[in-house]
Design a protein around this ligand. Structure first.
Ligand code: G1P
Length: 298
């Protein structure tokens, strides 16, 4: 059985109300972590995992996203003329091949499951595909989706990225009911979207990276609205289990930042700033000084 994954779906239709007023005119996915928009991190991760086709599920007000992936010939020729080769290379690394990107509109905000279902006609029958939620930024030596693609080549089935969270936080996530714990991988016997704290089957939470069997799209045809009145991807994956197909949770190696929240975004900014060769000395010494001043004032 071929287990190549070459397509990824990026659900980017959300309104990003948590970042108002910024998101009044800037899509959340264009917001910048150091100097790259969130979506660029997701694309780079997908490319590293061997993804060749990129499907964006967008909504009204997201045209800045489409522009971002367009070539910028005027800018490129200006940089070339001025001999700014380094910047030119950075710019070129964001270019996408013609025909590699497709945009689908989600006309109504009916949930993550519905957003993924909107992409169904761009995925061939029997083809497995990846889903990346750009809000979840993962710093890792081997990019998270690449780790998962490698694991998936061994297992098949469907796979979700998983991470232990404090039990009181589990109700903010999809949560796994574990059948067997094999270390970096668990087999899953159930999944619940945002369970009440006392009903969570574990504290192993779903993080926004998925490799899904095509059958999940068929399940989405049948799924009724679930948690929060939305069509949930979690429910369509859970349906795989009740139909006897394998679902795995993959404990990735890396640090996940919730860039869908302000605190998470700030933490990511600090961590990525400190990790950047060209910034780390100046930035880290600023943070040291800042902490020293704060301690002295206590
Ligand atoms: C989505 C998924 C949830 C998952 C989470 C990870 O929820 O529905 O299962 O745990 O992403 O970030 P959201 O955060 O969009 O409400």
């Amino acid at each position: 059985m071929g287990r190549k994954v070459t397509k990824a779906v990026f659900p980017v239709a959300g309104m990003g109300t948590r970042f108002l007023p910024a998101t009044k005119s800037v899509p959340k996915e264009i917001m910048t972590l150091v100097d790259r928009p969130l979506i660029q991190y997701a694309i780079d991760e997908a490319r590293a995992a061997g993804i060749k086709e990129f499907i964006f599920v967008t909504s009204r007000g997201k045209s800045a996203l489409e522009d971002y992936f367009d070539h910028a010939p005027e800018l490129e020729s200006e940089l070339r003329k001025k001999g700014k080769d380094e910047l030119l290379e950075i710019l070129k690394s964001t270019n996408m091949d013609s025909g590699a990107i497709a945009y689908i509109r989600q006309h109504k905000a009916l949930g993550l499951g519905h957003a993924v279902w909107c992409a169904r006609r761009l995925i061939s029958p029997n083809e497995a595909f990846a889903v990346i939620l750009p809000d979840d930024v993962i710093a890792a030596e081997t990019p998270c989706l690449q780790q998962m693609v490698e694991a998936y080549e061994e297992t098949g089935g469907s796979m979700v990225a998983a991470m232990e969270v404090p039990p009181e936080k589990a109700s903010a996530y999809g949560v796994l009911d574990v059948a067997e714990d094999m270390g970096s991988m668990v087999s899953v016997k159930g999944m619940v979207e945002k369970p009440p704290v006392d009903e969570a089957p574990s504290n192993l939470a779903v993080i926004g990276r998925y490799i899904l069997s095509n059958n999940v799209l068929r399940n989405l045809n049948k799924i009724k609205s679930g948690s929060g009145g939305e069509i949930q991807l979690t429910d369509a994956i859970a349906a795989e289990i009740s139909e006897g197909r394998s679902v795995y949770g993959y404990r990735f190696r890396g640090q996940r930042f919730d860039c869908g929240s302000k605190a998470g975004f700030l933490q990511a900014t600090v961590a990525f700033g400190m990790a950047r060769e060209d910034l780390k000395d100046e930035f880290t010494s600023y943070l040291h000084d800042l902490l020293a001043v704060q301690r002295a004032a206590q």
